[in-house]
Write a protein that binds this ligand. Structure first.
Ligand SMILES: [Zn+2]
Length: 328
């Protein structure tokens, strides 16, 4: 079976499932050893069947000289004695020492009629179990590749915003929202220009943060809040969301302020799509208004949402944005 295992995928492309299986294959093979019967299905040099490692690792000098590198054990046993099929008939130096040692191993070995069997050496009962192997994979994954930038789950799932927006945010933070640069990278030809400023090519950073039009909208909605300048200089959206400050104002102000960056990203994306797919040329002030209305709409998702909506009106947000969001 091992002859049919393809090479490990080393490029960043490739089918995820198969890539995952191949990456676990190495760990799987480490847990295997063989009990040789007739020797027809176990590779002499490459499988672990005698000693704690394959012969190719235990006796590397001999392996280099071997002419049947992929041959099975039975290929090396003839008329009751072992033949290593090494190219040099009279081994020298290190090879001679290895030859002596390998024959110490082989002296006790002989082939029978029964089939070869494989064993799972990582468990005392030598029986493979998916549960055990899965937990071993998890352990080794944690040991060798601790996540350098763990995905910010809390940023996505905690805020009081609608579920479909959470999914949008999920793909956005993974960098997979289909902006022009991502489409081009997948070989899809599109107009790469930003639909808002029409001056730069569209990327996630440009569309949501770097674009002059979008920047104007950020400033208009949050520029009145003291000490907020640094936030818009963040390198990415994750940075903005993580450092978005809490405001201590009215309950309405807090609720609106808390969801503002999310409403901003969501409305910008929708407006960008409307421009591209429906040719709807909305202005920056329309975007700003849409964002304010969206924060009001989303209040329903918050814990005290119903009470807030009964006590306040959307007009407060539209006409008095700065006061509502600073508590003045
Ligand atoms: Zn732009």
């Amino acid at each position: 079976m091992f002859e049919y295992v393809p090479r490990k995928v080393a490029t960043p492309y490739g089918w995820g499932l198969w890539r995952g299986i191949l990456s676990a294959y190495v760990n799987f093979v480490e847990g295997l050893s063989f009990k040789v019967g007739n020797g027809c299905n176990v590779r002499f040099w490459l499988d672990e069947w005698c000693g704690d490692a394959p012969f190719s690792l235990q006796f590397p000098l001999l392996y280099r000289q071997a002419s049947l590198k992929h041959g099975v054990v039975a290929d090396h046993f003839c008329n009751g004695s072992w033949d290593l099929h090494t190219r040099r008939r009279r081994p020298r130096g290190g090879e001679a020492q290895e030859m002596e040692s390998i024959h110490v191993f082989l002296r006790k070995k002989t082939l029978g009629d029964e089939h070869d069997e494989w064993r799972w050496k990582l468990q005392a009962n030598e029986t493979f179990s998916v549960k055990f192997f899965y937990s071993k994979l998890l352990r080794s994954h944690r040991e060798f590749s601790p996540p350098r930038n763990p995905f910010p789950y809390k940023l996505v799932w905690d805020p009081p915003i609608p579920t479909n927006v959470k999914f949008f945010l999920w793909t956005l933070l993974l960098g997979r929202v289909l902006t022009a640069d991502n489409l081009l990278a997948r070989g899809i030809t599109v107009d790469a220009n930003c639909v808002f400023c029409k001056e730069a090519s569209e990327s996630i950073f440009h569309l949501f943060m770097g674009c002059t039009v979008i920047n104007r909208a950020w400033q208009s909605l949050s520029g009145h809040v003291v000490n907020l300048d640094g936030i818009l200089l963040q390198q990415d959206i994750k940075g903005v969301l993580e450092s978005w400050p809490k405001q201590s104002c009215s309950n309405l102000g807090n609720a609106v302020w808390q969801t503002l960056p999310y409403a901003f990203l969501w409305c910008t994306w929708r407006m960008r799509n409307q421009r591209i797919f429906r040719g709807k040329d909305t202005s920056c002030s329309e975007l700003i208004k849409a964002i304010k209305l969206t924060t009001w709409e989303w209040i329903e998702v918050a814990k005290e949402g119903d009470a807030l909506k009964r006590e306040h009106s959307v007009a407060e947000i539209l006409l008095n944005w700065e006061n509502v969001t600073t508590g003045d």
